[in-house]
Design a protein around this ligand. Sequence first.
Ligand code: NA7
Length: 538
Amino acid sequence: HPVSPDFDYDAIIVGAGLSGILSLHRLRELGMRARVLEAGSAEGGTWFWNRYPGARFDSESYSYTFSFSQEVLDEWDWTEHFSPQPETLRYINFLTEKFDLRKDMQFDTRVRSARFQELTNSWLLTDEEDHEYSCKYLITAMGILNQPTLPNIAGVDDFVGQSWHTSRWPADSTALQGKRVGIIGTGATAIQTIQTIAGNVGSLTVFQRTPNWTAPLRNSKITKEEMQTIREQYPEIFRKCLESYACFIHVGDASKVSSIPVEERIAQWESLYELPGFAKVLSVSSDIFTDGEANKLYSDFHAAKIRARIHDPTVAGKLIPKNHGFGTRRVPLESGYYEVFNQSNTKLVDLQETPIECVTGKGIRTSDQEYELDVIVYATGFDAVTGSFNAVDIRGRDDKPLKEVWANGIRTFLGLTVKDFPNMFMIMGPHQMFGNIPRSIEYAVDWVTETVRWIRDNNVAYLEATEKGMDVWTEHVNECGKGLLANEVDSWMTGVNKNLAHKQKRSMTRYNGPAPGYRRWCDGVKEKGYADFNIKRS
Ligand code: NA7
């Protein structure tokens, strides 16, 4: 029974990644007519677009899996502790088929605008081919890293060889064989790419502006028997994730670095270093995230690990970060990354010593020489978090652009809603808990679904955040971020992208408090009958 017979759909969901898939499934359970509009030619979102060699989870597959369906948990087998992209995409295809979601998904449809219609309290969307779609609820499920950015370097278009951004990797996997390849960037994406392609290319030149801290992933296969054991542990895994600060399975440690005798501390760090996944980031004394001295000690420990793996001490020195401590940017995990720099076909170009001047027809020119290349790979990151919103002309009440509302800093209520944008709900919007993303998606989708159900069952036309709600929440988000060393460092997580003129200053893009606290606050808003919202009765 459609609730909004005057509109094309009850709800439109923008994006067919994990957020969009779950939103569609949940809204259909409510009996709603929902439609997913997706720019890509199939479902998958981040895992559809990012097909670069070596793309994989840095979190345990079984902690990143959706927990909402016992049947899926029973039927789906993960084959690696840290799933590679093709397997994750197959998992998403499996979900889509299992719940017969594709019939309500429209691919190759890039949404150009979404405008709130005050007369009818509805949303009107247009795509790039000028088709229009009307709906009562607008659900944004566009992902936090979906607008790739190329470097703001002169000559990018002059290069005569092949070049691409990592999130637009060509289908031909032999493209790099024997070629002279240059890669710009040393973020999580570059690290996975570099360690995977270095053995196949003719030569590899890595252009590094800022080195990153990275440590061993320690991936391995999951046997059928092991998967059975994991399956039995699912309730425990999800409980641990729910109780932890950022929804990961790794248990945090509230001790202070300085409170542990040196020998004991080193022994603890050595054993964490041997563990798979983020244990070495999340299970260490948590004051490494807030106390510069504690952080320095732990950073020195990792610097020694890096030095021990690189033959040439000068190269090792360049690979060790100097201006930010371990864990103050997203720590990528690696499998043989440092050893690549011991290979004779690999060269590290330190752009702090010799900055790039331009891309030329033949390759890349730095301040001291020109590197001739056949292929340039841009692992240069994304216009993160707000980029996906800015790519669509979203306008609320009085035709007010969302861009304008956020021009002087992001403001939201719960990271889920914005004043003047009635019935617009954001899955993984700014100011939301990111951490272990699928856990955060499941919470946000459930909150939004229950809210939409409440709107329907109470004959409400719309819910809209209030000015006060946005003030209180934005202030809370800012408070939670105080004292974290990560917020004193430029990164996509602090809203900085040096390739974009408007993203040179740090901003609070994400919720930095504990996930259980985030959920308590959002649950409280529901329990109070949404009294913190402006409610318009039908
Ligand atoms: P990131 O983490 O934003 O990394 C982008 C990298 O590209 C980073 O090393 C940048 O150096 C470098 N970069 C960007 N522009 C330039 C220019 N103009 N010149 C030289 N170097 C440049 O993106 P990723 O795709 O690696 O990872 C994104 C997230 O995906 C990651 O955190 C995981 O959560 C998954 P900089 O540090 O800015 O000096």
